[in-house]
Design a protein around this ligand. Structure first.
Ligand SMILES: Nc1ncnc2c1ncn2[C@@H]1O[C@H](COP(=O)(O)OP(=O)(O)OP(=O)(O)O)[C@@H](O)[C@H]1O
Ligand SMILES: [Mg+2]
Length: 239
């Protein structure tokens, strides 16, 4: 089973939006069964799922202390991808969740505040030796700041070659538990999510080649714990 963790210390960067859209698109592309997990006490992803009429992807109710055990049960039950949403923080709990990731997706809005806040999340992923990818979200088309943000981020890690632009349907589609692909599969928003999933699927494939799959018996928890949190993204960010 592959595990995607959407994480970012910055509130409102798009973790929940991406979690729902990635999970639905993965299922649509035949990468399922997909399970979504909400580790955020705000419960936004759970509420979104509760308002869905379609029962896939499935929702796995769990708690942090049982997460590993419940992932093992999902894996044993045939789930091929788990998508985990997290709260906007960098805590021991986030560390525990991130440690189970095949791939960490870090949504970032193209703003100086978001770029600076990314440092802590990046440091954590690197300390745990997790693969991570930035996804620029909520971008304004043709804005200089979007291109500049991608350039700045690329100095610190891989930036997904697909940007999600600011479009109201990303928000409105989730009101009744759907996604942009389900509201209008021909929309530009839907095309972005399709392209993003295609890219993430290829990254998951590479992660699997590195053995970063959750096999239940031996979660890949070993980490390089001795790394320091020395690098700071924000000080170099000029956008
Ligand atoms: N690309 C986008 N275009 C338009 N609105 C967006 C986009 N991405 C996210 N939003 C909206 O921005 C708000 C914040 O997004 P979301 O809840 O996904 O962020 P989050 O990182 O999960 O926030 P939190 O840190 O509070 O959990 C929501 O209202 C969402 O609908
Ligand atoms: Mg959220």
């Amino acid at each position: 089973m592959r595990v995607i963790v959407c994480a970012s210390q910055k509130g409102g960067s798009g973790k929940t939006t991406l979690s729902g859209h990635i999970a639905v698109q993965a299922e649509r592309q035949g990468a399922g069964p997909v399970a979504i997990i909400d580790t955020d006490p705000q419960g936004s992803l759970a509420e979104w799922w509760n308002s869905r009429t379609d029962d896939s992807p499935l929702f796995a109710k769990t708690s942090l202390d049982k997460l590993e055990q419940d992932l093992a049960a999902l894996q044993a039950g045939g789930v091929r991808l788990a998508v985990i949403d997290t709260p906007p923080s960098v805590t021991a709990a986030i560390r525990q969740v991130m440690n189970l990731a095949s791939l960490v997706v870090i949504p970032i809005r193209p703003s100086p505040h978001d770029l600076r806040a990314a440092a802590a999340t990046v440091d954590l992923a690197e300390t745990l030796d997790r693969s991570f990818v930035f996804v620029v979200n909520g971008a304004t088309a043709r804005a200089r700041i979007t291109a500049d943000a991608a350039v700045t981020l690329s100095q610190h890690g891989t930036v997904a070659p697909v940007t999600l632009h600011h479009r109201t349907d990303f928000a409105s589609s989730m009101i009744d538990g759907r996604t942009v692909m389900e509201c209008d599969p021909r929309s530009r928003s839907a095309a972005e999510v399709v392209a993003l999933w295609d890219y993430l699927a290829s990254r998951l494939e590479k992660a699997a080649q590195r053995g970063l799959v959750f096999d239940g018996a031996t979660p890949f928890g070993a980490s390089r714990a001795s790394r320091t949190f020395g690098r700071r993204l924000g000080t170099e960010a000029r956008i």
